[in-house]
Design a protein around this ligand. Structure first.
Ligand code: 3EB
Length: 351
């Protein structure tokens, strides 16, 4: 700690937040992360290869590393910050930081402490639901689910599907839970550990579905014994100013309920862009918002199964994105074996 006139001065340059928004995401790196004011950081998520260290920042226990190797030179730390003061807390396995309006939470479990992946998922979701209800942030907005070997079968059931069973069991204690499903991603990592990152709020977000896709909750049973419990996107109007955000779920090359182009990463990327554009148009038309297409996304994350495919994905994206859009390319397994790429994002909307 530096000292000036006998007073402690934080080494952080406190460049962010500058907007005063309720919630903001910033993609940053190991060098620049210190420019964030720790009093306004909700959480830090570092994406990186196995054995790479987590980015620890002051005593922020909601910082964790997700074992998805970064495929580009770009920033691989996602910082969630708020213009409001942030407080910190812990309940059993759950670490969280919160403002008056929202909570950012992380939970990490050792699969060896659970009898199965579905049990791990059920107990993590149960912990989250109990905590948010007790603490008053009862509306889940956005969930990120990460665990290894997502496409591997155990006891005749793919681990992604088993995860889905546990999540469904936990969420179904909420009356009428289909109406409150958050947006989500579920991605396969390279290392042991079942990890969930989430955002929850005191007031609900609005569920958004995609006209090109069947609601995942209504997929036929051929995709697993229990419905994938997530919405295609969540629209959240923050109380302050005229700021809204659209959290877009991991979006794949699925039309209706079917996987398209199992053999082509480029074509899957095109289909994802069609899906995301259709979702955004739906939001625009239903809620009279000034958003048009994928070029409006403030932060994108692209999960790619085979690192060698990155240039195919980039080539397709280049035709649809602005060069200034922050984007993270990560190596991750997608939750159907034939899916080669998946894209998620957040749109900041001024009303
Ligand atoms: C899909 O659309 C692709 O189970 O939480 C995407 C985003 C997918 C989230 C989840 C699954 C999930 O079905 C898979």
């Amino acid at each position: 700690m530096e000292k000036l006139n006998g007073m402690s001065v934080s080494p952080f340059r406190k460049k962010y937040p500058k907007s005063g928004k309720t919630l903001e995401a910033v993609y940053t790196n190991r060098r620049s992360v210190s420019e964030l004011d720790p009093a306004h950081i909700l959480g830090l998520v570092t994406y990186g290869a196995p054995l790479e260290p987590d980015t620890q920042h002051a005593d922020i226990r909601t910082s964790l590393r997700i074992s998805l190797p970064s495929l580009s030179e770009s920033n691989n730390i996602e910082a969630w910050i708020s213009g409001d003061p942030v407080k910190t807390g812990q309940m059993r396995n759950l670490h969280y930081r919160h403002t008056g309006d929202l909570m950012f939470g992380t939970i990490e479990m050792n699969e060896s402490d659970c009898s199965s992946i579905s049990e791990c998922s059920r107990s993590a979701y149960t912990e989250i639901i109990e905590a948010i209800q007790q603490l008053g942030y009862q509306h889940l907005l956005r969930m990120w689910n990460y665990f290894p070997d997502i496409n591997k079968d155990t006891d005749g059931l793919e681990r992604y599907r088993a995860f889905t069973v546990g999540r469904h069991q936990a969420l179904s204690v909420i009356p009428d839970f289909e109406r409150y499903l958050p947006s989500a991603s579920a991605v396969g990592t390279q290392e042991n550990g079942f990890q969930i990152v989430f955002l929850a709020a005191t007031k609900p977000g609005i569920q958004v579905e995609n006209p090109r896709q069947i609601s995942a909750f209504h997929y036929p049973e051929t995709y697993g014994p229990k419905s994938p419990s997530f919405a295609r996107a969540t629209l959240k109007h923050w109380p302050e100013g005229k700021h809204s955000q659209l959290f877009i779920s991991g979006t794949a090359s699925i039309v209706g309920h079917e996987t398209l182009y199992p053999e082509s990463t480029s074509k899957q990327t095109e289909e994802i862009i069609n899906n995301i554009n259709s979702l955004i148009e739906n939001v625009r038309d239903s809620h009279q918002l000034n958003v048009n297409n994928i070029a409006d996304i403030s932060f994108l994350k692209v999960y790619i199964r085979h690192p060698k495919d990155i240039n195919d994905v980039k080539k397709v994206l280049k035709a649809h994105l602005k060069p200034s859009q922050p984007i993270m390319f990560l190596q991750g397994d997608i939750c159907r074996r034939e899916l080669l790429v998946e894209i998620e994002g957040v749109i900041d909307i001024q009303r």
